[in-house]
Design a binder for this molecule. Structure first.
Ligand SMILES: [Zn+2]
Length: 352
């Protein structure tokens, strides 16, 4: 934005573009690259952590683009809430953000898992592959072998910053550092109170306060029980964005809900989606084009103008990951079992 102002001031001056480029190269206080663009250029998924190894493609999960881009430093959102079902690629948002910070926008970052044990697992299963498989990041984080390399299980140093991982059950861990970037993962599994010091989310966010408007917090979770769910509370306080996709028959934009799926009882493979405008039957084969033509729309006004929230269910899973037939199969299998229905609502629909 500052760049645009300077360009406007330079007006029709010959060479304005070059001056602007030089300014961008040498003096820009914030990088102009979006997190999704960074991921498309740099991120490599390895066979260890991904069912689809190879270069990251945001086009595979188009609904993640805006979530990731809200994490770019130039985006005005300070708090990004992501309430999600399983099988939508949601965890990769956080991973791409971490990669972006290490490579492109270095600063102190705190990644919080529900427990310290889970933070260790997150480090081994998510961060180590991220570092090893993406060349741009590998160059910036020292190998773990040497003792003073700055690469420990719960702390990775890189030029201009540090990534610390901790558990929401550890007050010491949450107080360990000031962090500009906070990645709060699976917040519905956090304790309500951490070692008598209060809410772990509040404790973590207090560490970011010194960064003022430059701070950024991402809260991600699959929800749990209505009324107790932290992610639902945060989402309801946000602008409550839903991903609207176009009907292949009439073009009406709508967000996908399980109630609009129909099927012959006992035959999940007959599942199809009925457009809420024209009642036309929509099949799995339409999904890819619908996702590509979709857009996030707010459905509420946020109390905090700097808080934005996204909700997405597994009904949006790209073709090949989790089908509408599978959702129906899971639903039928859960009948008569309250716990199984609850699990279905949480993990498939991403609802409490
Ligand atoms: Zn329609």
């Amino acid at each position: 934005m500052a760049g645009a102002n300077i360009l406007a001031e330079l007006g029709g001056f010959d060479g304005a573009a070059e001056v602007l480029q030089a300014w961008r190269d040498g003096m820009a206080p914030e990088p102009a690259l979006l997190v999704s663009d960074w991921a498309d250029r740099q991120r490599v998924l390895g066979s260890r952590g991904s069912a689809e190894p190879g270069p990251w493609r945001t086009s595979r999960t188009p609904y993640l683009r805006e979530v990731m881009d809200a994490l770019s430093p130039m985006h005005p959102a300070r708090r990004v809430v992501f309430m999600k079902g399983a099988q939508v690629g949601g965890t990769e948002c956080g991973n791409n953000w971490i990669g972006y910070v290490i490579h492109h926008a270095p600063g102190p970052m705190l990644a919080v898992q529900p427990t310290t044990e889970l933070a260790k697992r997150f480090s081994d299963q998510r961060i180590d592959p991220l570092v090893e498989e993406t060349p741009a990041i590998r160059q910036r984080v020292a190998p773990a072998r040497s003792r003073d390399s700055g690469n420990r299980q719960l702390s990775k140093e890189f030029p201009g910053g540090q990534l610390v991982m901790t558990g929401a059950n550890s007050a010491v861990g949450l107080r360990s550092m000031s962090a500009r970037f906070l990645f709060l993962d699976e917040v519905d599994a956090y304790p309500g109170d951490v070692e008598g010091e209060g809410d772990p989310v509040a404790l973590a966010e207090a560490r970011a306060r010194t960064f003022g408007w430059r701070r950024k917090t991402l809260l991600v979770s699959t929800p749990t029980i209505a009324g107790l769910s932290r992610i639902e509370r945060e989402y309801l306080a946000s602008d409550q964005r839903r991903y609207f996709v176009p009907c292949p028959h009439c073009g009406a934009m709508q967000w996908l809900r399980f109630e609009r799926l129909v099927w012959e009882r006992g035959e999940p493979d007959s599942a199809r989606y009925l457009c809420e405008a024209c009642d036309g039957a929509i099949g799995e084969q339409h999904k890819t084009a619908m996702l590509a033509g979709g857009e996030w729309r707010p459905t509420a006004i946020a109390a905090d103008p700097h808080a934005i929230g996204f909700h997405i269910s597994a009904l949006y899973s790209p073709v090949g990951w989790f089908s509408w037939s599978q959702a129906v199969r899971d639903w039928e299998a859960a009948q008569g079992d309250d716990r199984a229905i609850k699990t279905f609502k949480n993990t498939v629909l991403g609802e409490t």
